[in-house]
Design a protein around this ligand. Structure first.
Ligand code: BJ8
Length: 429
């Protein structure tokens, strides 16, 4: 039975016609990119269901939770610790910003050379098409790249926003600043929710977030098998869904999928034949529904075996140590864990270069595709160091820079096909 959510969307203040248009485009893209795949594991049906209810059932759950007094807190970046939101009985949602709304709205507020991700979140707000954004009692921004931190000044006039100061080095002074920022965040979340953040609350938040990340790490490890047991598209989708699904339910469903993948690996069964070129994707995050590059790469005969990305291992490789202790001690542990994230806004950022090389090796990748969202200076510039390090390891790199539009798909596909051909030839050497 199909449920009609129109009244809920109306209550959230969505532009119903524009929202309907977005869902129609999303549905058609999903059919083409996802449902056309062969040999998908049974366990993907849960994640297909999540997408089919992306603006329906999950939003209804958020609205029911809000009616019961809980707060919804949205964010756009990995540096926002969900443990703190969970500790205040809140619900953390990652706001996706992965779709091109045509800049009709943000065009008058942002410079033309703004990356598609920033344009997308401002457009989503102005076009009133994102129920997660409208359901968010508070949006937490961060001072990561210049584009984002300036855009939050504008976004803050449109939505209740709190901006967390993320340092750009990992010096002792930066650590002290970052730790004090978490205190400021705790105070803001307590004020919003009316819930005191205690050591017990933080311990529970840490446990929930760690279990989710441990399941994602398990998935990442399974993809090292050859043939690859899961497509890169499906793995990306799972990584995207983790940002808005109920974390405990998500963890259970992902572990069930991993059990199935384990069996596939034992049987030597994969989604692509043995010998398919294996590619690691590295660079800017691909937030939902940004599936362009993985679709083109896998349609061209390659398979993605890992994502060195915020929607991927950059966000999941570190857990918070589950220590007993005071609220301060737990906040110290959270601060330390989050400062390990190796975003390109940091300098120096050797860890990321090392991680790209280690992931390519551990996942038996034949080559790396470095993905940059057009106008993203931090990742575009860091591509040089990534290239150097991979060259030293004899690993080929393809650098692609694109936005969310579909205009360049032909040109991208030609370059991807040539890259895969080169990987095949290299294997045959
Ligand atoms: S931790 S990668 S989510 S900042 S693509 S908006 S960097 S110009 S998304 Fe990011 Fe946090 Fe870092 Fe991850 Fe700016 Fe680049 Fe645009 Fe970007």
């Amino acid at each position: 039975m199909t449920v009609d959510y129109t009244a809920m969307w109306q209550d959230l203040g969505l532009d119903l016609a524009a929202h309907e248009g977005l869902l129609t485009v999303l549905g058609a893209a999903y059919d083409e990119v996802y449902l056309s795949q062969q040999n998908r594991p049974e366990g993907m049906s849960y994640f297909d269901f999540c997408v089919s209810e992306i603006h329906g059932l999950r939003v209804k759950e958020l609205m029911d939770a809000k009616a019961a007094g809980r707060k919804v807190v949205g964010s756009f970046c990995l540096y926002v610790p969900e443990e703190i939101i969970l500790a205040a009985n809140g619900i953390a949602v990652g706001l996706c910003s992965g779709a091109d709304m045509g800049s009709a709205h943000s065009g008058r507020l942002l410079p033309k050379n703004t990356c598609a991700m920033i344009r997308s979140f401002v457009d989503f707000k102005l076009a009133k098409v994102c129920p997660y954004m409208e359901a968010s009692d508070l949006v937490i921004g961060e001072t990561t790249c210049d584009g984002k931190k300036k855009a939050y000044e504008i976004f803050g006039e449109l939505h209740n926003t709190f901006v967390l100061e993320v340092p750009h080095t990992k010096s002792e002074a930066a650590r002290v600043l970052w730790r004090s920022e978490l205190d400021r965040l705790v105070a803001r979340v307590e004020d919003l929710s009316g819930v005191a953040i205690t050591a017990e609350g933080l311990a529970e938040g840490i446990r929930i977030a760690n279990a989710k990340r441990a399941a994602l790490q398990r998935l990442a490890r399974l993809r090292a098998a050859s043939p690859a047991p899961l497509s890169g598209r499906d793995a990306l989708l799972i990584n995207q869904i983790q940002f808005y699904d109920d974390p405990t339910r998500f963890t259970g469903s992902l572990n069930a999928l991993c059990d199935e993948l384990d069996e596939r690996v034992q049987r030597g069964e994969g989604v692509a034949p043995a010998g398919t070129p294996r590619v690691l994707v590295s660079g800017c995050p691909m937030s939902a529904p940004n599936w362009k590059i993985p679709f083109l790469l896998e349609r061209s005969g390659g398979v993605i075996v890992g994502e060195e990305s915020c929607v991927g291992e950059r966000g999941t490789r570190n857990l918070v140590p589950e220590v007993d202790g005071s609220r301060e001690r737990l906040l110290d542990a959270i601060a330390e864990r989050y400062l390990k994230i190796d975003c390109a806004v940091f300098t120096p950022n050797e860890e990321r270069i090392d991680h790209v090389v280690a992931m390519a090796r551990d996942l038996n990748a034949d080559g790396v595709l470095h993905y940059v969202i057009q106008f993203c200076t931090p990742y575009a510039t860091e591509a040089y160091r990534v290239d150097e390090a991979l060259r030293a390891e004899g690993l080929p790199l393809l650098k692609l820079e694109t936005d969310y539009s579909m205009e360049d798909t032909g040109a991208l596909e030609t370059r991807i096909q040539a890259f895969l051909e080169m990987l095949r030839a290299k294997r045959g050497e």
